[in-house]
Design a protein around this ligand. Structure first.
Ligand SMILES: Cc1cc2nc3c(=O)[nH]c(=O)nc-3n(C[C@H](O)[C@H](O)[C@H](O)COP(=O)(O)OP(=O)(O)OC[C@H]3O[C@@H](n4cnc5c(N)ncnc54)[C@H](O)[C@@H]3O)c2cc1C
Length: 299
């Protein structure tokens, strides 16, 4: 109980969630809470009326929070959810849902674990990765997944085997109101030299091809079958196109950028314009990869 009271005492009202995302745009969440342990998370979820909206934020690297904000409780996993443990005997890696990708990647390097180099280029958290089935350079987070523990909206903890989850390109069917607590992966050992070579190559390629120093949200759209979204966007001449202070990156046309004072509506209108033009010119429906939450601001 003491733990729960301690957690709730840190509840923040009208927290500027949008400003904490990679884009740095958008409104506030009515309530925001950093949760430190599984036991207090369970109690909080059980305390909340079942219909009270919740959102789980990771690193906010694939997220647009609309300018009117999110009316509900946003939860962020910290402390206990940032654990990482390698069982050398079974070659199983257990990772907490709140742990950031670059920390996972560093841990893997130190322990000669070879199948997570790709995370070096993704600025999310384990929970966000699983929800989005994140991946790059031919690997996705679900490839070596064994099982994943989630907390559903009723406060029940479920252990899902990989085969219980439907993973597809940048998607898993884990419900939006379930919380990914941790996951276990099978490990392939490798040499530090080889891991370093791979991660260095990834960093080099990304620095060259993506606007990673800008306020962005990664890929805006999923790649349609057999064609890259960026090529379609290039062909409709949207490279560098601006709306307000939002623009299409000149380095990678599937990335939107907040140049400094954009709002979420600028970003979303730019995205919708792209969708419309691509549909008109190529009869292809672009599907948003970015998650968009909250309400539009009333004018
Ligand atoms: C520069 C840049 C490069 C990128 N490159 C890539 C890339 O190569 N490949 C790729 O796949 N993605 C890429 N991304 C997108 C993004 O990093 C990934 O989608 C990442 O997995 C999102 O993780 P996050 O923690 O930031 O999630 P958030 O953006 O915070 O949230 C995304 C979704 O995950 C959910 N979520 C987060 N944590 C949890 C949890 N614990 N439990 C349940 N749901 C949760 C949220 O509710 C939301 O629905 C890139 C982004 C940027 C900014």
């Amino acid at each position: 109980m003491r733990e729960l009271i301690k957690s709730l005492s840190k509840l923040k009202l009208n927290y500027e969630l949008g400003k904490k995302t990679w884009f740095g745009t958008g409104g506030s969440t009515t309530l925001f809470l950093e949760v430190h342990s599984k036991s207090s998370l369970k109690k909080i979820i059980k305390l909340l009326p079942y219909n009270f909206p919740i959102f789980i934020v990771g690193a906010g690297s694939n997220l647009i929070v609309r300018d009117g904000g999110f009316k509900g409780l946003t939860l962020k996993l910290t402390d206990e959810f940032k654990n990482i443990d390698f069982n050398k005997q079974n070659k199983v890696l257990k990772i907490g849902g709140g742990l950031k990708d670059h920390i996972i990647s560093n841990f893997c390097y130190k322990n000669s674990i070879g199948n997570f180099e790709f995370l070096r280029g993704i600025p999310g958290t384990l929970g966000g990765n699983i929800k989005m089935n994140a991946g790059c350079f031919g690997k996705t987070i679900s490839d070596d997944l064994i099982k994943c523990r989630i907390l559903n909206r009723k406060g029940e903890e479920l252990c899902l085997d990989k085969r219980d989850i439907n993973f597809s390109y940048r998607r898993s069917d884990i419900p939006d109101n379930s919380i990914i607590l941790d996951a276990e992966f099978s490990v392939k050992l490798s040499s530090k030299k080889h891991i370093l070579e791979k991660t260095n190559k990834i960093v080099k390629t990304r620095t060259k091809s993506q606007p990673i120093k800008n306020r962005t949200g990664g890929s805006t759209f999923k790649n349609p079958l057999n064609v890259s979204a960026w090529k379609l966007i290039d062909k409709i001449n949207y490279r560098g196109k601006k709306i307000g202070d939002a623009s299409v990156s000149t380095k990678h046309t599937n990335f939107l950028i907040n140049n400094s004072n954009a709002n979420s509506l600028d970003l979303e209108i730019l995205g919708e314009e792209i969708k419309e033009s691509v549909k008109k010119k190529f009869n292809i429906n672009l599907d948003w990869e970015l998650k968009r939450i909250g309400e539009f601001k009333k004018i």
